[in-house]
Design a protein around this ligand. Sequence first.
Ligand code: AMP
Length: 215
Amino acid sequence: MRIVLLGAPGAGKGTQAKMLIEKYQIPQISTGDILRKAVADGTPLGKEAKVIMDKGELVPDKIVLGLVDERVKQDDCKKGFILDGFPRNTVQAEALDKLLNDIKMPLDSALSVDVPRDDLMKRLTGRRTCKSCQQMYNVYYSPPKKEGACDKCGGELFQRDDDKEETIKKRLDVYDAQTAPLIDYYNKKGIVKSVLGKGSIDEIFKQVCNILEGK
Ligand code: AMP
């Protein structure tokens, strides 16, 4: 199963990806996570990326393409993978097609998780992550029992620098202008499947699995 997850920031792609990994035992490739790790590790790439990420803009295609190229060629991707947050524009989508055709592993599905914009704002501004175990919370929808602390491990919760209101607006605008057109791009290839990303996470996941399995 080789899938691209499409959907605006905050649509719940990461959450669904984590559940898909468990169920289908295939890796998630999140370019956002890879970049955030490079930022946390303080690598030259991370330093370059942080400035761009904090503004809510896209990191240059060449950088993310290099990261994805390297990642999909690793052994654990032979049985499939879930691309989350990549591709973000047509240049990346075309490069991905070429890369996957070259290694004879074309995409099966482009799954679009659709959520109205008002909901996205609340989801993103309310998002908090545990510094220790990466467990996610939302101060509006799924707050931790004790403010600022992780229910699971007691770790400190933080807000991503790019989840501040101004940056979020910018990220959503970038999504509308550059990433949303990819739904059309994959539609032309006949591989788009859509799910409404509202309601309980488990219910959405059930629909996602049914759609992917062609039920
Ligand atoms: P995400 O967690 O996927 O929302 O990504 C966070 C930030 O990382 C984005 O706002 C971009 O600055 C950068 N980023 C992640 N994936 C990509 C990509 N495929 N192309 C360019 N920039 C990306």
